[in-house]
Write a new protein. Sequence first.
Length: 274
Amino acid sequence: MLLFPNAKINLGLNILRKRPDGYHDIETVFYPVNLTDALEVVPSVVGGSCNLHLSGIHIGGDPAKNLVVKAYDLLAVRFELPPVDVYLHKVIPFGAGLGGGSSDAADMLLMLRDSFKLPLSDDDLSRYASQLGADCAFFIRNRPMLAHGIGDEMEEIGITLSGYSIVLVKPAVMVSTPEAYAGVTPRIPEVTLSDIIKLPIREWQGRLVNDFEPSVFAKYPQISKVKDDMYRMGALYASMSGSGSSVFGIFEQIPEELSLYFVNDFVYTGECRF
Ligand SMILES: C[C@@](CO)(OP(=O)(O)O)[C@H](O)COP(=O)(O)OP(=O)(O)OC[C@H]1O[C@@H](n2ccc(N)nc2=O)[C@H](O)[C@@H]1O
Ligand SMILES: Nc1ncnc2c1ncn2[C@@H]1O[C@H](COP(=O)(O)OP(=O)(O)O)[C@@H](O)[C@H]1O
């Protein structure tokens, strides 16, 4: 079985408070983007449990700590799973605020359920996903969602960007999520994100904010410059995604001068899906 785990961006991100468990309560809108990895699961002929074969961009680290292996191990505690070979081709940059690892893990849960006919609802899978990462549950739904709590409680949000184009740029710097959270002083905004997101997109600039930006931009001015460049090229709205380092811009049309601005950076362009 083959799936294409996709990236996400955050449309606005407020960090409301630090919780006693060290995590933060946030509110954000998750929005899927068609930049994808490829993930294939086949029954193993060599035995073992979850044999991971990686290709594409190098993510390093211990394979046993890869989120797709953790997803397998999590379900294997409750269900008798046969050994599998897993082929993961990485395209989505990491340390990028694009949720690539979480998306791989969510698709792994979905594939294991469907391949081995496990009696699990989407809500059950979301609960398993939350144990793998705060934003992992979103990818079980994989449509625009307003998220609360640590980012794992979700409600439908009827936003439409279809017809617009998206440009995603990841400069050559990586931001660690725990470090990014540690750099922010939480605050309760005067206007809630769900009210701002209902405004026309041209009114988002200056209102729809990502609370990670001030501290991350101070440390990495090159990320801030990408955002400025997006507006210079005519973006209707631009922001860093999640804890960075990616920046996205929403455009009426993909700008022709992209290759002049972003020579050494990872660049993705596509149409908004929802
Ligand atoms: C910031 C966001 C915004 O969508 O995504 P990224 O930008 O990393 O993609 C998410 O909140 C990231 O979610 P995710 O990457 O799944 O986080 P986890 O693996 O669960 O947590 C990594 C670490 O981030 C911190 N953390 C995470 C989520 C949260 N609501 N509060 C936190 O303080 C904790 O220090 C935790 O140990
Ligand atoms: N399948 C995977 N894909 C990408 N990264 C993974 C995966 N499994 C585990 N990781 C680890 O997760 C970390 C990336 O997480 P993070 O920086 O939060 O990414 P992002 O902010 O882009 O969502 C890296 O340290 C990487 O080693």
